[in-house]
Design a binder for this molecule. Structure first.
Ligand SMILES: Cc1ncc(COP(=O)(O)O)c(C=O)c1O
Length: 417
């Protein structure tokens, strides 16, 4: 097993030096967006300094722009395990999913069905519900509320001969559950349906291999894995070629560019390239014998996963002894391969917003509410009372930071209701 060198990791991220009320800031808000390494900031500044132009011009900055864009697609292809022509950039996951649902809607007929889940972020629900206007029917897969896993028996029930698409998440951005995505794709394909996987929350935590998954589409957002604000869609070449995007006539006809409407965020793509290279360097440091960037990226996740798992065990075992605390999702360490270190809690006598404010004043950044996992928050019965407090760990967090959070919550219990 390769080990993560957190003493190398932390200085890469200048934001980690921030102080709040005299104490170092602790970023447990990674699920809402992670911090970026210095090289991402440098790459964006360098792009704007020396390559800033529109594409396909007959001059130096435009040619450099084309090169950065091609390299960013290639980097994301290495991260996802596909070809660069199957990588579509966009402003964020939500916009890309609306682009895709709109295009897909052109080949759907009234009565066709789409399956979504109650565990998902609304970015993988609302774009599919929009197709109800075309006469499609959307079916919801339930969860097992005791551990916030997907009810796979219900998934099988919801898939019918009319199912055209199954949209599911790789990991829950609220409670951290990792879904059996391979099985979801298999069930979708058995019914002749497409599988659309939202890997936004999974991407900072685990390796993605779209070929092995055989999913038809997969989306992620680089700002959740140490890059700038942007979104990326993987689409199987055959689908990106067959489906017709809404596009302006003079724009490119070839993949993936025909899916990238209008002028893209070029400096953002320069930053994404640097973020992928950061992860690859992390992997090379953990596993010096790797050769390709793809192998280095897999090595990075080999190092990240056990490190994050150790943090999650420390956090969850520490939370569970706090009186009046409810922890949602998988809690048994033996099942931690089925979760990422994103933990949702409530504490009796405090709203999640009160908890987040209390922690925020102590420099501990957490999130409260539903984080757009609206169906889950409703299903768990917490939506009307402020949702849950989410503590989201990534590999730049430390055991000391976890202890600081636990100490603060204990202090609150001692002083509070
Ligand atoms: C699991 C998940 N899916 C989708 C989204 C939406 O991503 P974006 O902000 O890129 O539209 C998020 C954002 O929080 C998310 O966590």
């Amino acid at each position: 097993m390769s080990t993560l060198d957190v003493d190398w990791v932390r200085p890469q991220f200048p934001a980690l030096a921030l102080q709040v009320n005299g104490r170092p800031a602790v970023y447990f808000d990674g699920p809402g967006g992670t911090q970026v390494p210095q090289r991402v900031i440098d790459a964006m500044r360098d792009y704007l300094t020396s390559s800033n132009a529109n594409t396909h011009g007959a001059f130096a900055t435009s040619r450099r722009s084309d090169e950065v864009i091609a390299q960013a697609h290639a980097a994301m292809a290495d991260l996802l395990g596909c070809d660069a022509a199957e990588v579509v950039f966009g402003p964020n996951m939500t916009s890309l999913t609306f682009i895709l649902s709109r295009a897909l809607g052109r080949e759907l007929a009234p009565g066709d069905e789409i399956v979504v889940t109650r565990l998902d972020h609304d970015g993988n629900v609302a774009p599919w519900c929009a197709l109800e206007a075309r006469g499609c029917r959307v079916r919801f897969v339930d969860i097992n509320p005791s551990d916030c896993t997907l009810d796979m028996a219900d998934l099988e029930r919801q898939i019918t001969p009319r199912t055209r698409l199954v949209a599911a998440g790789y990991a829950s951005n609220a409670v951290g559950t990792i879904n059996d995505v391979g099985e979801i794709v298999r069930l979708a394909h058995t019914a002749g349906a497409l599988a659309y996987i939202d890997a936004v929350h999974y991407a900072p935590h685990g390796p993605i291999d779209v070929r092995r998954l055989e999913c038809d589409f997969l989306v992620c957002s680089p700002y959740k894995f140490f890059g700038p604000h942007s979104g990326v869609l993987y689409g199987k070449r055959e689908h990106l070629t067959r489906l017709r995007p809404y596009k302006v006539r003079p724009a490119a006809e070839e993949n993936p560019y025909r899916w990238e409407s209008g002028t893209q965020n070029h400096e953002g793509q320069a930053g994404v390239l640097a973020a992928v290279d950061y992860l690859a360097e992390l992997g090379r440091r953990a596993s010096p014998s790797v050769t390709s960037r793809r192998a280095a990226l897999l090595a990075a996740y080999d190092a990240i996963r056990p490190y994050e798992r150790g943090l999650a065990e420390r956090l969850i075992s520490g939370l569970l002894v706090i009186p009046g605390l409810t922890c949602y999702g998988i809690k048994e360490p033996a099942r931690f391969a089925q979760r990422v270190p994103t933990v949702a809690i409530r504490i009796a006598g405090h709203t999640p917003r009160e908890l987040a404010s209390y922690l925020g004043e102590r420099g501990l950044f957490t999130w409260d509410g539903n984080y757009y996992a609206l169906n889950l928050s409703e299903r768990l019965g917490v939506e009307a009372s402020g949702g849950m407090l989410r503590i989201g760990l990534v590999h730049y967090n430390t055991a000391e930071e976890v202890d600081r959070l636990l100490d603060s919550l204990h202090e609150l219990r001692r002083s509070g209701p």
